[in-house]
Design a protein around this ligand. Sequence first.
Ligand code: HEM
Length: 509
Amino acid sequence: MRLYCGFMVRRTVAMARLGFRRATRVAGAPQEVLHVFVNNDIKRSHPRYRRWVLRVFGLELLLIFVLAVVAPTVLVPLLATLVAFTAFYAWRARSQWGRARGLPQGSVGVGTRPISDPDHYRNGFAAHGPIFKSNYLDLPMLCVEGIERGTRLFDEHEDQLRPAASPWNRFIPGGLVRWMDGDTHDEYRRILAGALGARLFTAVQPSIDEGIDRSCAAMAEACALDPSGAVQPFPRLIDMVFSIWADVFFGFRHDDQSTAEVLAIYDVISLERQSPDREVRRALDRLEHLIRQQHASAASAVEVRPTLLSEIERRQPDALDRPTTVRNLIYLMESSGNDVAGLLNWVLKHAVDHPEILKELGQGSVDEGPKSLANRMVSETLRLEQSEELARVVRETFTFEDQVLPAKWAVRVRVHESHRDPSIFESPNDYDPNRFLESLTPLEYAPFGVDKRACTGASLTRTIATSFITKVATGYEVVSIADGPREFSKFRHWAPSSEWRTSWTVRSP
Ligand code: HEM
């Protein structure tokens, strides 16, 4: 109880400080208010933040109006304060700000411009060098270029960096593995990595294949029935991945009675939906109940099918009694499901935009190795689209490559820009799966991260992505019917346009 009260007090103080910072920003950076108002990428990706900024701005205008009518003398100091905030932010945004105490160049701005500008990091590295300062919403941020440099930074300053916090952590006692620290991280990582091994993959491959078959067939059927003859792939890919994940993680088969309820609960707990906390907690309790029920009935079945949960239980016998473990699995299904569906969307997009490569895959012998065409297509898509950054926070101030990294600042090692380095990738903006016929080192190509925090789900991701694109290539003719520019999605990744529509027909044998 005392721990809980302590947590709530800390959270309230943190929220109040965040609120104050944002209020001063709204006051001091009216251009940010305009930006969040008109920018569609921010509308999609940060709806809650946008609402907040607009509300505070509205209140400030109201206050000015009321004071102008009832107490004009108070208005003058208020307006002076607003001008002071504006002047402060303009002064802080200078590239030279903090240079005297060793900070790198770059502009610590206010708000969402870095997020909505796809060239922000590339331009920043070109203008200021491999470490420059910027901002992520309220946080001042240091951007680091190069996987090699990032790996060195993490190695040399392991103790002075910590993982960034996840907004889901408040629903997970002990936090999400990805954001755990120290020995606890090592323990949970070891268990999870062990569970995501060959025994699980052999067991779940049929579920993955069935789920892909079902979803591709449904897309072709929907195209035949819809007057436009086309479907938007992404929502269907999300449904496909979540349905497969429910089976792989917990053993909920597609046609089980409780599966529809489980998937509906994911709509409530999803971060994008932003349901009230109380509703999320109720939904989580119900989901845990369904998981326990499913696990008990699977354990008493004649033929026991391994799931991620049962594989974890082999390594951590009291797994089901540990809220940290169960909640981690619940949210891992959520976060990795969205990432994998986003990847499949891009894999499909590039494949459809390069029909000659898709045709080659459809005609080719089924080669399975890491350099198979399907695997190369997935690697190339990860390189171009689905590897963004490795996020840390500075625990205590230190110096790296003659630059000071101050405590509490966010650090982002930009994998995306490193994957477009022309000295490693010839014609880096072209889609060319054949570049992966050559071997690359982990310091050149790292879509799943580096060091002891690298992704434990890389093999599972490749399994589903290669199975999916092989099924598409061998079973269907898929063509683009409508398209638009790429967008920053509600999952906070750049994604193909939501206007993108594809027509699916079953390929004649
Ligand atoms: C498109 C698919 C995916 C991509 C691009 C991806 C990428 C990454 C990256 C870059 C990291 C390292 C983050 C850092 O150092 O800050 C990471 C961590 C992690 N990923 Fe993935 N991931 C994907 C899918 C999955 C899947 C399917 C799972 C599990 C089912 C998974 C589980 C994890 C876990 C548990 C961590 C934290 C590891 C640790 O801290 O020890 N990921 N992922």
